[in-house]
Design a protein around this ligand. Structure first.
Ligand code: SOE
Length: 385
């Protein structure tokens, strides 16, 4: 591992921490073709940024993202910002020839996403969109079983991504609830993950019918210095309008004939970060629950009838995707490991001059589905893609 890859990270809250951890851990657990150097972290508030850099081992700080993007010593721009800032940063970084690791959702619209994808392709830079759940070992195993024909023809996809962090009506109006910054609510934040998984595991979507709901119309304005980690404090008594949906339901048809449903909400009281999916096919079925992320439930019609039934595969054996890099067989891993897997695959793609998925093309395709969902909810009509 002689080649150094200098990283410039923009953003230092929840995702900034998750990404920093991944850059640090990857060389300890993976035999990488290059060595990531935590060079510069960028953010607006110098003092908080300095403390973050010290804690996570970033060599230097920068408060102007344009200077970071123009810095010739930087090889990779890692974007851990809210989505309204992605487009401008990606276009500038790609034009400087930087490889890009970007948090989801990719952009504010599929039009922006398409431009980001095209500019990256034209400049020949590696572009990765961090739908990290593809790199949960149990989900990568589901993909392998599907590819190996164990499920047969897929009939049904059923997915629910449920959280409850804004169920309190006095939870403040953080950026995630502001359309100008977030574009949409759980349809963008949560269904982007779910649609990415559906594309990965089932296939392309050709039509959408949707419904959205807004349960709390106004909330106290947020004290921005207190936001982060899906938390926040009110600035005072002043209220502001919630401009995104609180929940979204979609029903879809896939190109391959399967049908599917998506449920995304921040109002599922008691559900913290629950992502579940079920896939039913002609030869077998798979179900997954992120709250038990090391497990995959598998039903096979190939087995003798007398012993058929859903069985739990613990995806922690050395034969399972990614797991041989961690602990001895049977030892579970967690949320943060998926970011390490992403960073390791991304570095491999850069050094081999290859590509990685999901990338900005995948992000564009996902945003087209999410936009179709919002349009359908508005017009109460089915939208064809
Ligand atoms: C908030 O809903 C959030 O942090 C998402 O933005 C992440 O992508 C997901 O991994 C956890 O929940």
């Amino acid at each position: 591992m002689d080649k150094a890859l200098c990283i410039g990270l923009i953003g230092y809250k929840f995702m900034g921490r998750a990404h920093s951890n991944a850059w640090k851990k990857a060389p300890l657990f993976f035999d990488l073709p290059c060595n990531p150097v935590l060079k510069t972290v960028c953010g607006r508030h110098a003092e908080a940024l300095g403390a973050f850099a010290k804690q996570w081992g970033w060599e230097q700080t920068e408060t102007d993202w344009r200077k970071l993007v123009n810095d010739p010593t930087i090889d990779v721009i890692d974007i851990a910002l809210p989505q309204h800032l992605h487009h401008e940063v990606v276009i500038a970084a790609a034009k400087e020839g930087k490889h890009i690791f970007c948090e989801k959702p990719l952009a504010m619209s599929s039009r922006q996403a398409e431009e980001m994808w095209q500019v990256c392709e034209n400049r020949g830079v590696v572009h990765y969109l961090n739908h990290n759940y593809r790199r949960v070992p149990a989900i990568a195993l589901a993909k392998r079983l599907i590819n190996d024909g164990k499920i047969g023809r897929i009939f049904h996809w059923r997915c629910a991504y449920q959280q409850d962090w804004i169920v309190d009506p006095m939870f403040p109006l953080t950026w995630q609830l502001d359309k100008n910054v977030a574009q949409a609510g759980p349809q963008w934040d949560l269904n982007s993950h779910a649609v990415d998984l559906a594309h990965y595991l089932v296939g392309e979507i050709k039509s959408v019918m949707a419904l959205t709901a807004n349960f709390v119309k106004e909330r106290p304005l947020a004290d921005e210095s207190s936001t982060g980690n899906l938390q926040g404090k009110a600035r005072g008594n002043q209220m502001g309008k919630v401009s995104v949906e609180d929940a979204a339901l979609m029903q879809v048809q896939f190109v391959n004939g399967a049908i599917g449903s998506f449920e995304a909400t921040r109002f599922a009281t008691g559900r913290k970060n629950s992502l579940t999916f079920e896939i039913y096919g002609s030869d077998g079925s798979l179900t997954f629950n992120l709250e038990r992320m090391n497990e995959l439930q598998f039903f096979s019609r190939q087995e003798e009838l007398v012993q058929q039934g859903f069985r739990r595969i613990l995806a922690t054996e050395p034969v399972h995707p990614y797991t041989d890099h961690w602990w001895p067989a049977g030892h579970i891993i967690g949320y943060e490991h998926t970011f390490v897997h992403a960073v390791a695959d991304f570095m491999e793609a850069i050094v081999s001059k290859g590509s990685i998925e999901p990338n900005f093309r995948d992000g564009w395709q996902t945003l087209r589905v999410l936009e179709a969902g919002l349009e359908s909810a508005k017009t109460k009509q089915q939208v064809l893609l």
